[in-house]
Design a protein around this ligand. Structure first.
Ligand SMILES: C[S@@+](CC[C@H](N)C(=O)[O-])C[C@H]1O[C@@H](n2cnc3c(N)ncnc32)[C@H](O)[C@@H]1O
Length: 337
């Protein structure tokens, strides 16, 4: 483990220990809200968005302790690499799909940018600019700090923003936009058009959208009790609120004016990496329990790790059954005219 990882884990523990009672309660309430959603409660999007923000405020610090600073699980493209190495490979592949003509002069948009580490990687690869927005101010604060620490504040621009509202960027600003497990899991079907239209508006003609996103596969059947039961178990663990089919997203992108160039399953499975993380978290629980015993961490942290683990197993089962995909690939282009 290198110094960066140790430092990140320690900062994560410190931030967890410093959470206010309100933040902790809001996180617990959010998890219960997700579970009620899975039990069939009808919920309004604004309440879902609030729950997501409350939940991620805690989760981003918790998972950073376990080397999950970019909050997404990539496909295992190279068995010899761990989570981080495979994230880098996945990001390179998405960047290639954007087919940038002038990388150094490019300005990209990272939708649901988390702690900005993917944006940082893209800006490093292109030499250009990346803007990112996210619903959770806590993650945005971390992203801004990291850009400053790297001396890249002039090329990395982060702000709080919500997919469900008009994007706060001028029309035709970006040479490409992208997302990593951060956009479609938070949309109801009837809301897809509004966001697709916003993506179209902020992209320059000829620019592309590319992603690695959680979507159901066409094999998922809402009338199959086993599928529905796995979905109920894994969705709160993904901290997602909705599950779309690729065809629904592609149709919305096409209605917005995009040409959809690709809609395809991930190149390889994510479950081996999910299982590695599950084992790491299992090992880490001894440390968490010790910290709880001396009251550095509150007892609910271990409880939430329990829930993460059982949902993780459901995810593995679902992915092996090919009914859901964490890294479905979509590439869409705004036509030149
Ligand atoms: C699975 S994480 C992926 C994060 C990021 N792409 C990364 O790689 O670290 C999902 C992200 O979507 C963000 N998010 C969820 N709902 C959102 C919304 N309505 N608007 C903006 N961001 C949102 C969450 O705060 C979280 O950072």
């Amino acid at each position: 483990m290198n110094w960066y990882r140790i430092k990140t884990a320690l900062i994560g523990l410190k931030r967890l220990a410093a959470l206010s009672e309100d933040d902790k309660q809001a996180c617990i309430d959010a998890y219960k809200f997700f579970q009620r959603m899975q039990d069939g409660e009808q919920t309004a999007t604004e309440d879902e968005t609030k729950a997501v923000a409350d939940y991620y405020k805690v989760l981003n610090n918790l998972l950073s302790v376990f080397d999950l600073e970019k909050l997404y699980i990539p496909p295992q493209l190279d068995e010899s690499q761990g989570l981080y190495g495979n994230q880098l490979l996945c990001e390179r592949a998405v960047l290639e799909e954007l087919d940038l003509q002038h990388p150094k002069a490019s300005h990209l948009l990272d939708m649901g940018c988390g702690r900005g580490r993917v944006s940082h990687h893209f800006a490093t690869l292109t030499g250009g600019q990346v803007s990112g927005y996210n619903i959770d101010p806590n993650q945005i604060e971390n992203a801004i700090d990291w850009a400053a620490e790297c001396g890249m504040s002039d090329r990395l621009h982060f702000k709080v923003g919500n997919h469900h509202e008009p994007l706060e960027y001028d029309s035709e600003t970006f040479d490409g936009c992208f997302s990593f497990q951060a956009v479609w899991p938070f949309f109801k079907k009837e809301e897809l058009d509004a966001h697709a239209a916003e993506m179209y508006r902020v992209l320059r003609p000829g620019a592309r959208y590319a992603c690695s996103e959680y979507l159901l596969t066409p094999h998922f059947d809402w009338n199959n009790a086993e599928h529905v039961s796995l979905h109920k178990a894994f969705l709160p663990t993904l901290a997602a609120t909705q599950s779309m089919y690729p065809a629904d997203v592609s149709a919305a992108l096409e209605r917005a004016g995009f040409n959809v160039l690709l809609s395809a399953p991930s190149k390889s499975a994510a479950w081996p990496i999910c299982e590695q993380k599950r084992d790491l978290i299992l090992g880490g629980r001894k440390v968490i329990r010790a910290l709880e015993a001396v009251r550095i961490l509150p007892s609910w942290v271990e409880e939430s790790l329990d829930l993460l683990q059982s949902g993780g197993q459901a995810w593995t089962d679902a992915e092996k059954a090919k009914i859901a995909d964490l890294n479905w690939r979509i590439v869409a282009e705004r036509p030149l005219v």
